[in-house]
Design a binder for this molecule. Structure first.
Ligand SMILES: *[C@@H]1O[C@H](CO)[C@@H](O)[C@H](O)[C@H]1NC(C)=O
Ligand SMILES: *[C@@H]1O[C@H](CO)[C@@H](O)[C@H](O)[C@H]1NC(C)=O
Length: 238
């Protein structure tokens, strides 16, 4: 049996370059081969493709991201995230029976900037404010679990990513700069920023989920646009 991912890659190669391209096929359970296939597919999934309506995702612009934690509410507006194209695939698994795919990405550097609005408690400290923000992270690890489904259209079957879950971990450091916290009261603002930068890992763990959910939604939207152009019988073994 062949890995969906490598076939997905072939499919993308077909969409981009015509059907003549042939690539190595992975055996099911060959995670090394599957990871290599995912690595090859990743830059294509992140790039614009007008023919199928895929968007360029580096930089990625996101008008609004909302975080609704019990003790902290925040909104990020007009966020620009750069760095997705430098992510590499650390490992990947495809389970043909369960129709699940897991991909672990290592992302050496993200930068984000935009406008924030925050109110609540950041772990132990009260925090409130609105203004410009920027942040930079080193070595994020993203574990993405996807569930696939089969859809029928015009007598053909296609695969699509039905839903996903992302677990993120900041591994080396995050620096946060939120301007105008507490309406510019410097003592209060400096205390929160110092706390956030000293406890970057815990703070990232608290607040990152809505960001990565929004980002993965965009990546999977692109991937599904490719998958929609590829009937299963063009890439699954007969
Ligand atoms: C967050 O909470 C607000 C107010 O309770 C609600 O209107 C909004 O839909 C929630 N957003 C999310 C993403 O859950
Ligand atoms: C986001 O950008 C739009 C378009 O430039 C602008 O109209 C809007 O005011 C911005 N939002 C914030 C909160 O800065």
């Amino acid at each position: 049996m062949f890995s969906l991912l490598i076939l997905f890659l072939c499919g993308i190669a077909n969409v981009l370059s015509g059907p003549a391209i042939s690539l190595n096929l992975c055996k099911s359970g060959d995670d090394v081969c599957t990871a290599a296939a995912a690595q090859a597919a990743l830059p294509l999934v992140l790039a614009a493709n007008e023919e199928i309506g895929a968007e360029d995702l580096d930089p990625l612009f996101q008008p609004e991201i909302e975080g609704n934690l019990s003790i902290l509410k925040f909104k990020l507006f007009n966020t620009t995230l750069t760095g997705l194209k430098s992510c590499t695939v650390d490992s990947a698994k495809y389970n043909e029976e369960a129709l699940t795919v897991q991909i672990v990405l290592l992302c050496p550097k993200f930068t984000m900037h935009g406008w924030y609005d925050i109110d609540g408690r950041l772990i132990v400290l009260p925090v409130k404010g609105t203004g410009d923000y920027s942040l930079e992270s080193l070595d994020y690890k993203l574990k993405v679990d996807m569930e696939l489904k089969t859809i029928e259209k015009d007598g053909k079957s296609y695969r699509n990513v039905k839903n996903f879950k992302v677990e993120a971990e900041a591994q080396t450091g995050v620096t946060y700069d939120f301007r105008n916290l507490f309406n510019g009261q410097k003592d209060l603002a400096d205390t929160v920023l110092k706390f956030a930068n000293e406890n970057w890992k815990e703070v990232a763990h608290e607040v990152q989920e809505p960001v990565f959910s929004a980002v993965l939604k965009r990546i999977i939207k692109n991937a599904n646009k490719y998958l929609k152009t590829l009937p299963i019988d063009e890439y699954l073994p007969q």
